[in-house]
Design a protein around this ligand. Structure first.
Ligand code: ZN
Length: 295
């Protein structure tokens, strides 16, 4: 299956948010302070766009609706460079903290704000903090009803606060009562038979690079695309340090100075593309399987 001529194209994804919009800092920076904090997202997005351009790669950027409203130039720079724009919700609220009505409003308003700005349809969603966990499957139904074609929120690992351990570890189609949704879980590898997160982000910054590379090499060998993610603030060593607990300080600030070099290494060693360009293949496969099942 694996062909040296056409190596597997993985998914390069970015969760686009400001450094002060993350969960680790929510007790420190309230929502009504967001506009008065210095914005740093543009600089990091520029750096990522440059790296992607240098490698001739397109990526999928899951953007907050809030940024479409307040930092439209950043979102337009992403879209103008030919990358896919998906939704990361409007207010960066975890699905676990919302009910059906509030979740619908969040994914509807972010989709509308992003579509109005970039003039393309938004079909993908990434939950803040991968917060579609067991018990939150109703979110798939709302995503289908609101016109999304795929989700990329399941992390097939067991972690405090997130993770969907039973999720398939490869792209697949979730069949719900009233429709289907493609799912692109975050990359993992196994060490001594334990699933280990290897999709990027904090793991890219804090794990040995070899763990991340191994996940993408294994996926390439199986000819199955794997999903990588990074946040703009993770490549921004100059961001203001906010007063948080020592655990959060390590989680949030460790390895910032080496993350961009590691991103570039991955981009050089593996092939990446957008999720939406792969979507028809997955949907066709699911339709064929369903037709065969019905026959
Ligand atoms: Zn996020």
């Amino acid at each position: 299956m694996h062909s040296a001529q056409f190596p597997t194209s993985h998914f390069f994804t970015v969760d686009v948010e400001e450094y002060f919009q993350v969960k680790a800092l929510e007790s420190v920076v309230r929502r009504d302070e967001w506009l008065s904090r210095p914005s740093r997202v543009a600089h990091s997005i520029d750096a990522l766009l440059t790296s992607l351009e240098r490698n001739g790669t397109k990526g999928t950027f899951f953007v907050l609706g809030w940024l479409a409203k307040h930092r439209p130039e950043v979102v337009l720079a992403i879209a103008d460079a030919g990358h896919e724009v998906g939704s990361h919700g409007f207010w960066h609220e975890r699905v676990t903290t919302l009910d059906r009505v509030a979740f619908r409003e969040d994914i509807r308003s972010s989709k509308a704000a992003l579509e109005d700005l970039v003039g393309e349809s938004v079909v993908g969603y990434r939950a803040p903090n991968f917060s579609i966990i067991p018990g939150c499957e109703w979110a798939f139904d709302v995503l289908i009803e609101e016109g999304y074609r795929y989700d990329s929120s399941l992390f097939p690992i067991r972690r405090r606060g997130y993770g969907y351990p039973a999720a398939l570890r490869v792209p697949h189609v979730i069949q719900r009562q009233h429709g289907r949704l493609a799912e692109f879980p975050l990359a993992t590898t196994s060490i001594l038979a334990y699933p280990v997160p290897a999709a990027g982000g904090g793991y890219l910054r804090q794990f040995p690079f070899g763990v991340i590379r191994r996940a993408f090499q294994e996926a390439t060998d199986r000819d199955e695309p794997a999903t990588f993610y990074i946040h703009p603030w993770e490549i921004d060593p100059g961001q203001p340090r906010l007063p948080v607990s020592s655990v959060n300080r390590i989680r949030h600030y460790r390895g910032l100075d080496r993350a961009l070099a590691r991103v570039e290494r991955l981009l050089e060693e593996f092939r990446f593309g957008t999720i939406c360009s792969y979507l028809p293949r997955l949907e066709d496969r699911a339709s064929t399987a369903a037709a065969e099942g019905a026959a």
